[in-house]
Design a protein around this ligand. Structure first.
Ligand SMILES: C[S@@+](CC[C@H](N)C(=O)[O-])C[C@H]1O[C@@H](n2cnc3c(N)ncnc32)[C@H](O)[C@@H]1O
Length: 338
């Protein structure tokens, strides 16, 4: 696929499908729900739909996966099982991202599942094309997975599901050794993922984004207006390739903004620095003061950082050169030392 071959009409139709049921819901205007929203039944009509999606919206989703996987692997996460399942795979951006992140050879069996056969066919071919020796099959996971014997990947699926679909997916997640789940960064999608976390947290440890295993601090009434979202960095090509600017214009997507929500669960305990805090959203800065919404084991709270107190930390945050998980000391709602 290249920019000349993109089927813009198909992308515009898909975008309408994705946004269709999302209309009227509370979304972050700066964070369009790409690849998201409820649609009845399979909507992929042919291979070109998927190729066009994969080349555009799919690549943006891959950038979010990169933002999740890079720090996760740096923190020591390794696949706890040799079977990888991508549920609602579409073009298998999720599974392909996991395979690409140095985890090639880590899986004996990649299982792809989607209720659209056009999608599973495209997804299997896309993995084969890049990794001819990787074993891949299309199968309903219930028929092929053993409890605790697989890593589950879910990407941009949740708000397409009715109750039965959601129950099936949560049931599968309960049986996984590890769950890697990425969704759009809207408040609705993030809140839906928080509900998933609450349902699963008895069986797993939270590796990310949560720096703790307790109930989500955003469920406190005082935090009702916040949601757990993060921003990936689009690569330079997103700003230099004319195809991307055409994409942004035609689909009404802000290319600079790549918000996502995510959840990494595992039966193994993660390494955790005492007092570690996760930054949610983007710190707000004005005149030497930053307001940071942070999540910690004791709750989600907005804290302040003065530039003069911790200039190195300030610079790190200002430049966005961090993965959002930091350790600092606080006193009376202020960060005192990094
Ligand atoms: C927005 S696409 C995301 C595709 C891919 N996971 C990604 O991140 O690019 C959502 C996918 O979920 C699939 N899907 C929706 N409902 C499903 C269900 N009940 N069972 C299986 N797949 C489903 C759709 O066919 C579609 O491929």
């Amino acid at each position: 696929m290249d920019w000349q071959s993109v089927d813009w009409a198909a992308l515009e139709r898909l975008r309408e499908v994705f946004l269709g049921r999302g209309r009227g819901r509370a979304t972050d205007a700066a964070a369009p729900a790409e690849g998201a929203a409820a649609a009845p039944g399979p909507y992929w009509t042919n291979e070109r739909d998927l190729a066009s999606y994969d080349f555009t919206l799919g690549r943006r989703i891959a950038w979010k996966w990169a933002a999740v996987l890079e720090p996760l692997i740096a923190r020591g996460w390794t696949p706890p099982a040799r079977q990888l399942v991508d549920w609602g795979c579409g073009s298998a951006i999720g599974a392909r991202s996991v395979l690409a992140y140095g985890l090639e050879g880590a899986f004996d069996d990649v299982v792809l599942w989607d209720h659209s056969p056009v999608a599973t066919q495209f997804a299997a071919a896309a993995i084969h094309a890049r990794r001819p020796t990787q074993a891949v099959r299309v199968a309903h996971p219930d028929a092929v997975v053993a409890d605790g014997g697989f890593v589950l990947v879910v990407s941009h699926v949740l708000n397409e599901l009715d109750t039965a679909g959601r129950d099936a997916l949560i049931g599968l997640a309960r049986r996984a050794a590890s769950v890697l789940w990425v969704e759009p960064g809207t408040s609705e999608d993030s809140r839906a993922l928080i509900t998933v976390r609450e349902e699963l947290r008895d069986s797993f440890h939270a590796w990310a984004p949560c720096p703790h295993d307790a109930s989500c601090g955003l469920l406190a009434e005082v935090n009702a207006r916040h949601w757990c979202h993060h921003f990936a960095r689009p690569p330079t090509e997103a700003f230099t390739e004319s195809g991307w600017s055409e994409f942004g214009r035609r689909l009404g997507v802000d290319l600079r903004s790549l918000p996502y929500a995510y959840l990494v669960l595992d039966r193994r305990e993660p390494p955790r620095a005492p007092g570690a805090a996760r930054i949610l959203g983007t710190p707000r800065e004005s005149a030497g003061l930053m307001r940071i919404l942070r999540c910690r084991a004791d709750g989600v709270e907005e804290v302040e950082l003065l530039k003069r107190t911790a200039p190195a930390l300030w610079r790190t945050l200002e430049k966005g050169r961090h993965d959002g998980l930091l350790t600092w000391r606080e006193q009376d709602g202020r960060v005192t030392t990094a």
